[in-house]
Design a binder for this molecule. Structure first.
Ligand code: GRF
Length: 201
């Protein structure tokens, strides 16, 4: 395989998707290396997991800073760790247009809905209230608009009659943990070997 792509993961919370990315990598070989985990929440639970997994960690609170100034700090850390692709994994902060432009086409996000439906928060409760048959999760390339940008992978989960937002979230999360690592790996494989682009799938 060509050289592996260096991925920086941005988190704000428990980090279960980060752990899934690391687990998938461990069962490798994969097209990515986890080069850095960065967070705007120094006490984020996922940072404990990242340290345990021996992934370099950087954390700094965004409080009291402008979005641009904070994103410049993150950008500097990513570059210092020679990151090539940014994977948002429960990063609960909007990115500045400058940051998105600087990393254009190289930021992925996992969102717990079947995009373009249910962008934003409380996706599971809204999908249930909307009378949907399916919920799910999507991996997409990040653009300036919230939870927008080309979808590169999706997984569906059937909504059950007795589902609460919590029970549905649990089943969607199981799919997230399979979908994100596979999508990131495929994305990085294509980046490392652009000749794969013309391949039929
Ligand atoms: C996930 O549901 C993800 O889809 C959303 O935020 C949640 C993060 O969970 N963007 P975790 O921190 O990865 O456990």
């Amino acid at each position: 395989m060509a050289e592996r792509v260096r991925v920086g993961v941005l988190i704000s919370g428990r980090g279960s998707n980060l752990i899934a990315l690391a687990e998938h990598k461990r069962r490798g070989p994969r097209a990515y290396d986890l080069a850095l985990v960065a967070s705007n929440v120094p006490e984020a639970r996922g940072l404990v997991a990242a340290r345990r997994l021996s992934i370099p960690v950087w954390a700094h609170s965004h409080k009291g800073m402008t979005r641009n100034d904070f994103d410049s700090l993150v950008d500097a850390q990513l570059r210092a760790h020679r990151v090539e692709v940014v994977a948002l994994a429960g990063y609960m902060r909007l990115l500045s247009p400058e940051f998105v432009a600087a990393w254009s086409g190289r930021i992925l996000n996992i969102h717990p809905s079947l995009l373009p439906a249910y962008k934003g928060l409380d996706t599971h409760a809204r999908a249930i209230a909307g009378g949907e048959i399916y919920a799910g999760c999507s991996v997409h390339i990040v653009t300036d608009a919230l939870d927008d940008g080309p979808v590169i992978a999706q997984a569906k989960v059937r909504i059950r009659e007795r589902d609460s937002a919590e029970s549905l979230a649990e089943r969607v999360l199981i799919e997230e943990h399979k979908l994100y690592p596979e999508a990131l790996d495929a994305f990085c494989a294509r980046m490392a070997s652009p000749s794969l682009d013309g391949e039929a799938c």
